[in-house]
Design a protein around this ligand. Structure first.
Ligand code: PMP
Length: 401
């Protein structure tokens, strides 16, 4: 019996792609959206949109109330102590840039920023460029064979000069959960600030900020089945208080004169200009949708899909997985076959997977690969999507091998 997602019909995009003959297996890049998101976007514009935090008129007041309610929803979703700890950004990437500029004033030449070998460029380049600007050392934690950050080596590398640790919770290339709790503990004993890239992790299960206890947590709405254009930066109050304002403009000031201005604290002080109001409201609708799913049923279903993916790979020769994926996404290469040739033949058969370096060029270089193919799953994927993928893979490999 093939696995059938009880939630597939909630996602018009996946049905539309299916009708077009497309099998969508690229949810780690961006996920399809539930009908609730489409309804929210339409309602916001159809019922009369308005800017937030500016006007006292009815539409403005209504939009502001709904916008701030979404901030509360995000904080409830993350079990953050208060909504004031949630900054809306334009995505995970802009949250990392905010952090790298906002924290820059804390570091002195020779200080060490610690990341890992598998970071997405979004959690690598802002720190790399900060290190170059301020003459800091960027320390890179190596991985073990399974694709997890090696804790023994981390214990050696996280040292007295470590001022910040920024690591991914779930790799977008290897699909394996990282030992975040242990790494955060090591960093905290050194008094370092801690940043967790939750861009992939937030999509699977619930993550409690009070238990995770990092200083900052970052994610993008569009991978969590929400709209694009909005991301979240969660921070502990003491960590948020360390951030220097970095983008300047409307609604982030308390008072402004020609020569001087005084800025709002977080969150508003870090949301200069008109925020992505429609996207924030639709993110709220996404969380409403996700909150009414049975978390155990979702987890069991994601595991079952993952098992099917792993068994399919295990049943085929010449395939090498990158590390040991344990949820929802896996990257692979095939002996003697270039990933772009394989990707081309999969594309021709209507299989939408991602091929290339997955915004993790240094990792690929370290693995000695020019690229890999990534299959990633959403809660709307059926077993038949994977059957189609493997059948297309077999046909492609009959030609290429
Ligand atoms: N971190 C990880 C682990 C990711 O997978 C991504 C997106 N691929 C990002 C950060 C950046 O997210 P965005 O492009 O939405 O800013």
């Amino acid at each position: 019996m093939s696995l059938h997602s009880p939630w597939r019909a909630d996602f018009p995009g996946i049905l539309a792609l299916e009708a077009e003959g497309q099998t969508y297996l690229d949810s780690a890049a961006t996920a399809q959206k539930p009908q609730a998101v489409l309804d929210s976007l339409l309602a916001y514009y159809r019922n009369g949109c308005a800017n937030v935090h500016r006007a006292q008129h009815l539409p403005g007041e209504r939009a502001t109330r709904a916008f701030e309610r979404c901030r509360e929803q995000v904080s409830e979703y993350l079990n953050a102590p208060s909504a004031g700890q949630i900054i809306f950004t334009h995505g995970a990437t802009s949250a990392f840039n905010l952090l790298a500029y906002g924290l820059e004033h804390l570091f002195r030449p020779g200080d060490e920023l610690v990341i890992s070998a598998l970071e997405h460029h979004a959690n690598l380049l802002p720190w790399q460029q900060l290190a170059i600007r301020q003459n800091l050392k960027l320390v890179v934690l190596p991985l073990d064979q399974s694709g997890r950050i090696d804790l023994d080596q981390a214990a050696q590398l996280i040292g007295p000069r470590t001022r910040l640790l920024a690591i991914s919770q779930l790799s977008n290339v290897i699909g394996c959960w990282q030992p975040v709790a242990e790494l955060l503990r090591m960093a905290k004993t050194r008094g370092a600030l801690t940043v967790v890239d939750g861009a992939q992790g937030v999509v699977h299960g619930r993550h409690d900020m009070q238990k995770l206890d990092c200083d900052f947590y970052v994610f993008s709405s569009h991978k969590l089945y929400g709209p694009d254009g909005v991301g979240v930066l969660y921070g502990k109050p003491a960590a948020l208080a360390k951030l220097k304002h970095w983008q300047f403009g409307g609604e982030m000031v308390q008072v402004a004169d020609y020569q001087l201005a005084k800025f709002n604290p977080a969150p508003l002080g870090f949301e200069a200009g008109t925020p992505p109001v429609s996207s924030v409201l639709a993110l709220g609708a996404t969380l409403d949708y996700l909150n009414q799913l049975d978390p155990q049923a979702v987890e069991a279903y994601e595991q079952a899909l993952h098992q099917q993916l792993m068994s399919g790979f295990a049943a085929r020769d010449h395939i090498t997985l990158l590390g040991e994926p344990n949820i929802a996404l896996a990257s692979f290469v095939v002996d003697g076959v270039h990933h772009t040739d394989l990707a081309q033949l999969l594309t021709e058969q209507g299989i939408a997977v991602r091929a290339g370096q997955h915004c993790a060029m240094p990792l690929m270089k370290q693995l000695g690969l020019s690229g890999a193919i990534r299959v990633s799953l959403g809660l709307y994927n059926d077993g038949t999507d994977l059957e189609r993928f493997f059948s297309a893979l077999d046909s492609a490999l009959d030609i290429l091998r």
